[in-house]
Design a protein around this ligand. Structure first.
Ligand code: F6P
Length: 555
């Protein structure tokens, strides 16, 4: 393991940080070329890094850090399928999911790209059948609602992309997403549905996840009860089995467990243990998306990922957008002590993007030990969060502009809104974009006391109205929110996450931190249904909480 803090580059960065006084106003005034010098492109993405708290020397040193921690070797090892997920002894090959047909990537003597396209072809055929009405429910009705049941990586990506690409969905077909084991989730998502026209996709890499299997059982019950009670099917085992075959498909790496659940393996789409859950939206886990946007658009989505993969694989660090954005995050986390990072899409269709990124970034890099088990040597894993603009402006931007914390922010916008512009919409859209441009300007350049006074503000209010500026942001723009651009954005953040993990020396591809809670929930469950011995085992705080529950529950 290479300790990043022991590298020459880290020592230089510490020196540079010591004497560093950010002055974005001054830097832009002194160097009219700054915006151009710090702007990069990757695929269709135009990425303006100029409002970050860096100069050329810092950026060069961050790139040197990338070399000194072996980022190039680690990236190549990932891309060629080495088992870099050491704690689970697995390759990390989500990039193989978007390689074009005909590419070859042999892992253990086997071409994984051929496997990927075989499954994709089955997903596409299924999507076409549902979209055309050829796939019918048990009574011969076409499907109008697809309900995806999954959680974490088997949910967040699918719902985020579905929402991002809503304009690509045909009328008369919708997808819904059930994830929470709170029964109100599945209740609300199914209450108004017609079972004869509803199809469930049960998505679970392991097919053991409590939430998903529980919700799949509830869905099966809902379907069969609805069909039997309405007389749509007879109350026989054979009729039930036929209904399940027509109304349930599964996505999993555990096809044996899919069969145990009662779903016909012919209706299951597989993927592989080298695809991490939070990196799986572009595998068969995205089947609901393929149904919604159709195979051609899904292929464009994958091509978008691949364009960024190629950029990440080949661009020198100084031009490499995921590398630069990852390295900037290191600069802020480990030198400025920033603890969170805002992602602010100025696109309502991207409203689930920050939530999606939370799993990608925080389940990947929220670690205190390095890949070899030794403690990390510096802070890791920022808290990613955000909301679409302009909503966030009327909620938390106050803290971004004038709070005591420094929070780097990524702003995302597209030039052309996806839906055809109706009369007058262009003006409204420009209001959105004007806000997008205004916010990074305000964060970067602020407003001085002299400028506030020049507005005629009373002296006692001047300090409250000063904006310090020098609050860092990156602006990402794309021509439009196409399937390809959505794929590009996801791949960008996947690789940013990877870069940070490599610098910190951590394994970004395991998630042991989610296990303890799962084990304890299993232990606690019997105590909720009167098991006194299980209750006695618990700590006093948990006992108190359960007692409150028991004395307040109704029914
Ligand atoms: O509990 C965390 C987790 O394992 C995530 O990493 C994963 O995306 C999610 O649960 C769902 O897992 P599965 O797809 O196996 O149901």
């Amino acid at each position: 393991m290479i300790d990043p803090t022991k590298t020459d580059a880290w020592a230089t960065l510490s020196d540079l940080y010591e004497g560093f006084t950010p002055d974005l106003r001054g830097w832009f005034e002194a160097d009219p070329g700054r915006a151009r010098e710090f702007t990069r492109t990757a695929g269709d993405l135009y990425v303006d890094l100029s409002k970050n708290l860096v100069n050329h020397a810092i950026l060069d040193t961050l790139c040197r850090l990338a070399d000194e921690v072996g980022l190039g070797e680690r990236r190549d090892a990932m891309l060629r399928g080495d088992r870099i997920n050491v704690t689970e002894d697995r390759a990390v090959l989500h990039t193989a999911l978007r390689r074009p047909r005909g590419d070859v990537l042999e892992v253990d003597g086997h071409d994984v790209v051929a496997d990927v396209h075989e499954v994709l072809d089955r997903v596409y055929a299924f999507a076409d059948q549902v979209r055309s009405g050829e796939w019918t429910g048990v009574t011969g009705e076409s499907i109008t609602t697809v309900v995806n049941i999954g959680i974490g990586g088997s949910h967040l990506g699918s719902v985020m992309v579905y929402e991002a690409l809503l304009p690509y969905k045909p009328e008369g077909l919708e997808c819904r997403f059930v994830s929470n084991v709170d029964p109100s989730d599945i209740y609300e998502k199914t209450v108004d549905l017609d079972p004869t026209r509803t199809l469930f996709i049960v998505a679970s890499k392991t097919f053991t996840t409590l939430e998903t299997i529980t919700n799949a059982r509830l869905a099966r019950e809902w379907l069969l009860t609805g069909l039997v009670e309405s007389g749509a099917i007879e109350d026989t085992d054979a009729a039930r089995a036929e209904a399940i075959a027509k109304h349930f498909v599964a996505v999993s790496t555990a096809l044996d467990k899919v069969a145990e659940f009662g779903i016909d393996p012919a209706n299951a789409f597989g993927f592989w243990d080298w695809v991490g859950g939070r990196y799986s939206v572009d595998s068969a886990v995205g089947t609901a998306i393929a149904v919604a946007i159709g195979p051609d658009n899904f292929a464009d989505f994958l091509a978008g990922f691949h364009a960024i993969d190629e950029h990440f694989a080949s661009a020198p660090w100084k031009e490499n957008v995921p590398a630069l954005m990852g390295l900037l995050n290191i600069w802020y986390t480990d030198f400025f002590n920033c603890r969170s990072h805002a992602v602010l899409p100025y696109a309502q269709y991207l409203h689930r993007f920050p939530a999606y990124l939370q799993q990608l970034t925080m389940e990947s890099n929220g670690k205190s030990v390095q890949a070899d088990g030794d403690p990390v040597t510096t802070a890791t894993g920022e808290v990613f969060w955000g909301e679409p603009g302009t909503n966030g402006q009327h909620a938390f931007y106050q803290l971004l502009h004038q709070g005591t914390q420094l929070i780097p922010a990524d702003f995302i916008a597209v030039a052309t809104p996806t839906r055809a512009l109706r009369d007058g919409d262009q003006d409204v859209y420009e209001l959105l974009l004007a806000n997008f441009f205004a916010q990074t300007k305000a964060l970067a350049f602020g407003k001085t006391a002299a400028e506030v006074r020049a507005d005629g503000v009373a002296e006692e209010l001047v300090s409250a109205k000063v904006f310090s500026g020098n609050r860092p942001s990156t602006s990402i723009m794309a021509p439009a929110l196409t399937p390809s651009v959505v794929g590009q954005l996801i791949a960008l953040y996947e690789h940013i996450t990877f870069v940070e993990g490599v610098v910190w020396g951590i394994n970004s591809f395991d998630q042991w931190g989610v296990e303890l809670g799962k084990v304890l929930a299993k232990q606690i469950t019997p105590a909720l249904s009167g098991d006194e011995a299980a209750f006695a085992e618990l700590d006093p705080s948990t006992q108190g909480l359960i007692s409150y529950y028991e004395s307040h529950r109704e029914g």
